[in-house]
Write a protein that binds this ligand. Structure first.
Ligand code: NAG
Ligand code: NAG
Length: 449
């Protein structure tokens, strides 16, 4: 059983050696061509099936065109020969020196290869489900003597793939250590690999701010919390689709804390809000304590603690309702995570209650009343009314500010220390405005009497 097979292989090999050795002297058909010479009875030798006239010999109408195909698709190589007459066409794989087909017969045992032909003129080599091993030169030969041939290149391209085992996966590192993210990809042509952040943010890299880092390795020296994020390794080689892999980088550091306003003023009965900013990863546990270290429970009538998260940043607010004498003193905001703990102190001090503001309200209201009555009596005195209206608005806008306590903060302003200075300034400004109003109203009262 095995014997006929072996014999077939042996014959095939022999044939192959034969083809290769005759490749320069006219291909495997060379010998065949010579073989079919007949000696006529008159002793003149003639070439079977062909004229000695060169013009009547087979002629390629066009080159065998290069073909580029993505792995897995089908490829078609075309060879068009005019004036073939009794000659035969064969397809040969140049690189592996394999005969693929001769005339109407497929010789190769590769089941993916087939042949079609038209009018004894066009000869098509089909390669189904192209593989990378199929890449190379293919020759179309005609058994003239010398052999005539054309060859074309079958390019097999492969879209990129990321090799998971050799590519970094999500990482958790300590701040200030060196981090190396690696991405390996295959494909043909060799893919180009780059790194960028998924959120499009710039990457601090080797002292520069960049959007993209070329190459397989993203090496970050002294990683900072700003490097925390999702990175994309993108591989592309011009063969769609490009591919990417997400790698999350988490940077751990102990909590840090900043207080925009370390001294807060409030008068009795007022609502006041204390603020604290923290940064930590892993996410910290944050809370407020009193001067004595008692944890403040939010949600009571007295306290409302709100914390807003933005990545590794937290913005803490403690609202103290209806400040009483007992509430003055120090408060602590605390942040804790697995790497450490930190706290900060905010002092709440009493300021004089702006009680006189009510009197201003009273006077400005009476002024409006006056104005209104004036307009009721005399419609030409609109200017006067306008003045008093404006005056009223001015008072209103001034006195409403301090009575509302510290500035209402809806969204934490970003940017640590710069923000704190602004807050400190605004807050002290409010104290001055308060004081100023107090004096003004007092003088105003005197003048009116
Ligand atoms: C065919 O492909 C080969 C290999 O890539 C190249 O060297 C050759 O120039 C190409 N020929 C044509 C006609 O494009
Ligand atoms: C981090 O990388 C820098 C630059 O390559 C090197 O000088 C330093 O020694 C590295 N540090 C550690 C802890 O490996």
């Amino acid at each position: 059983m095995a014997f006929p097979n072996k014999l077939a292989m042996f014959v095939r090999k022999l044939f192959l050696v034969f083809v290769v050795s005759t490749a320069h002297s006219g291909g495997y058909f060379g010998a065949y061509g010579r073989h079919v010479r007949n000696i006529e009875p008159n002793g003149i030798s003639v070439l079977n099936g062909a004229d000695s006239n060169q013009d009547s010999l087979p002629r390629f109408t066009e080159p065998v065109l290069n073909v580029t195909v993505t792995v897995g698709r089908d490829a078609l190589l075309a060879c068009v020969v005019d004036n073939l007459k009794g000659f035969k066409v064969a397809w040969v794989r140049v690189d592996t020196q394999t005969i693929l087909s001769i005339h109407h017969n497929v010789i190769t045992q590769n089941p993916r290869i087939s042949l079609s032909y038209n009018d004894h003129r066009s000869w098509y080599l089909h390669v189904k489900n192209v593989q990378e091993v199929d890449r190379g030169w293919y020759m179309c030969q005609v058994n003239t003597d010398p052999m005539r041939s054309r060859k074309g290149y079958l390019e097999v391209v492969v879209s990129p793939t990321i090799i998971d085992q050799e590519t970094s996966s999500d990482m958790v590192v300590l701040e200030s250590t060196n981090v190396s993210l690696t991405c390996k990809a295959t494909g043909y042509p060799e893919p180009y690999v780059m790194w960028r952040r998924e959120d499009g943010e710039i990457i601090r890299y080797n002292g520069e701010n960049v959007n993209v880092v070329d190459g397989e390795v993203l090496f970050i020296t002294k990683v900072s919390r700003l490097h925390m994020g999702v990175y994309l390794c993108i591989a592309s080689n011009g063969v769609p689709p490009s591919i990417s892999k997400r790698v999350q980088l988490k940077v751990q550091f102990p909590p840090m804390l900043s207080i925009p306003n370390q001294l807060e003023g409030a008068y009795i009965g007022q609502d006041v809000t204390l603020e604290c900013r923290t940064e930590a990863f892993p996410t910290s546990i944050n809370y407020w304590t009193t001067e004595r270290g008692d944890m403040i429970i939010s949600g009571s009538d007295k306290y409302e603690a709100v914390s807003t998260d933005n990545g590794y940043k937290k913005y803490m607010m403690l609202k103290i309702r209806k400040v009483s004498k007992n509430d003055f003193g120090s408060y602590k905001c605390v942040a804790k995570n697995s790497l450490g703990e930190t706290d900060g102190v905010i002092k709440l001090e009493e300021i004089p209650a702006p009680t006189t503001i009510k009197i201003i309200t009273h006077h400005s209201t009476s002024q409006i009343k006056k104005g209104t009555s004036v307009r009721g009596e005399d419609s030409n005195s609109e200017n006067k009314f306008d003045e008093s209206t404006i005056a009223e608005y001015e008072y209103e806008s001034e006195y409403t500010l301090p009575s509302n306590g510290p500035p209402p903060i809806k969204e934490p302003p970003v940017g640590g220390s710069a923000g704190s200075n602004v807050f400190a300034t605004v807050s002290s400004l409010l104290l001055y405005v308060n004081l100023y109003l107090f004096v003004c109203s007092y003088l105003y009262k005197l003048v009116l009497r």
